[in-house]
Design a protein. Sequence first.
Length: 345
Amino acid sequence: MKWMPAVAVPAVIVAGVLAVPLQAGAAVDLPDKTPQDVLELAAGSTVDTFSGTIEQTSELGLPEIPSTGDAAAAEFADALDLLTGSHTVRVYQNGPDQSRVQVQDTMSERNLIQNGADLWLYDSADNTAAHTTLPADTGDRSAPGYTPSEMAETFLAEVAPSTEVTLGANTEVAGRTAYELVLTPNTDDTLVGSVSIAVDSETGLPLRVQVEAQDAAEPAISVAFSSLSFDAPPADLFVFTAPAGATVTEETLPTKDAAGHPEGETSGVTVTGSGWDAVVSVPAGADAAAMAELTASPLYSQLTDAVDGGRALSTTLISVLITDDGRVFAGSVPVERLQAAAAQE
């Protein structure tokens, strides 16, 4: 099993929502607020203790990913699987440095457990575990998150002149009433049509995030609580002991540079533009070993298409261009925009 703290997806991205629906005809009556009021409500949320179930799905337009193949292909498929399809996720949080994320698959379960400086990743499918120690010299040692709150932070950071902020209809998620913020990019040059964030009316905790692509009828990416409790989870949930017979590896996190980025991983990385239509470029040779492994995988040719100057991965929300000379360009923009950026360098 490859060491992947990204088990708690960036997400960047994540999935469609199966939230607890309102009864037919039910109305959610909440005190009137402006979009700015709800932004401040979300920004002021201090909730860091809870447990719940999250239903996650995504419709990114990717083909079905086979689970067979060599080890490298299987690891690549596992990583993509976390960003596609549907998953039920159990999350437990007790303050800033105790968390557990359980991604429940059909016949197995993946766990990411943080207890102070200890971080474990366990995959029951192949009975493998990886452990690392989080550095003590960082302000925030928390593990990557898989909740609507972490997703919402990413999108709320884009609230600027590049975004129109409005309110949708009041709603209910996981039995809790919520205001719905709607973020709409002020540009047609992005693949993102809108982002809807359901904000708990009492605590300000984001309960659901839905991302729609341009001209799409259904969310392409979204994640939502289907149940939620603010009671402190049992302490033993954050204590992990590898099962008998498990293969255990010890991993070392890369050291960070003065800007807080992993050393060597961001050398030469540039961002063109800002906001929703920004393009990130990575120079050739930035991580030659990883690139060689990626391009050697059979999935690489299955998931990408030959285009002028290289190969491209196109989804409803994100495009990636890998040029023939080894450069990488990515963004929530059409492939043509990435090709134009590559031609200008």
